[in-house]
Design a protein around this ligand. Structure first.
Ligand code: PGA
Length: 270
């Protein structure tokens, strides 16, 4: 995993938006995997700014969200469909028909999940998946113990997640118990992941994900098997990483490569 540590979440989110914008400019009909929660909010604000001020064009972009609460329709203010419409889709020029989110009111969940996977395949797969992480190390709603080969399915939320999300619902008893979520196997098939984590409450999850063993107890650790993950953290979330010096050296090399300063890296030397 490439690890980029920025002083704060605003800087990290701007950096994340650069990766999104680079892809959208290079491949206007790209497929983005979207996340909800507090983590991607600044990234979405920056994407909106890029659209408004720099004309970043989302008209051909397709999106697939990671998950949705079971039982909540699109008009429910805590549904992820509502969140996405409010915080991103209504503020950029994306075609609403190109945006996909599991339907929390589906009755035949198995068929719905199968179809969701099929739609991702038909779209050519996810080019760039945006990910946050739960304080228990989950990605999407793949709670600890989820199969690392799992696909889109129904999932029971862990008590830690219900506690974390109670603030949005006005109490733990109001948080849905079930969600539809892409599986770890689904996420691992994306071409590139942007893994974001901000704040001191994410420090343990970040350490376990990046430097811990791969385990279903920290489902984000499965990202170590992914072909290309870029971790973007603020100082607080990165505070427990022990190989920070190395990650900084990698970024120096990366920057020299991007600037074409090959000789300084010993490329083409005698
Ligand atoms: P957060 O949630 O972005 O609101 O911290 C992340 C998650 O639970 O996956």
């Amino acid at each position: 995993m490439r690890v980029i540590i920025e002083p704060d979440s605003a800087a990290a989110s701007r950096r994340a938006a650069c990766f999104v914008a680079e892809l959208v400019r290079k491949k206007p009909e790209c497929v983005l995997g979207m996340a909800t929660g507090s983590t991607p909010l600044l990234l979405y604000q920056e994407m909106i700014r890029l659209h408004r001020e720099e004309g970043l064009d989302f008209s051909h972009v397709k999106t697939f969200n990671l998950d949705e609460y079971v039982g909540l329709g699109p008009a429910h203010p805590q549904s992820y469909r509502f969140f996405m419409n409010q915080n991103l889709f209504s503020q950029i020029n994306i075609d609403p028909n190109h945006t996909h989110i599991p339907d929390g009111r589906a009755l035949d969940f198995e068929a719905h999940c199968r179809l969701y996977e099929q739609k991702i395949k038909d779209a050519g797969g996810i080019d760039l998946q945006i990910l946050g992480v739960g304080s228990d190390g989950h990605i999407a709603f793949n709670e600890p113990g989820s199969s690392l080969g799992s696909r889109t399915r129904l999932k029971t939320l862990a008590s830690e997640t219900i506690r974390d999300n109670a603030r949005y619902f006005g109490g733990e008893d109001k948080v849905p118990r079930l969600a539809i979520t892409m599986g770890i196997g689904t996420i691992l098939e994306s071409h590139r992941c942007l893994f974001l984590a901000f704040g001191p409450h994410k420090a343990t999850a970040v350490r376990d994900t990046v430097e811990g063993p791969i385990t279903a107890q920290v489902t984000a650790s499965a990202l170590q098997l992914h072909r290309e993950v870029i971790g973007l953290f603020d100082e607080a979330a990165a505070r427990l990483l022990v190989r920070r010096d190395y990650y900084a050296e990698v970024e120096i090399s990366q920057s020299l490569l991007e600037q074409g300063r090959h000789r300084e890296l010993g490329i083409g030397g005698v």
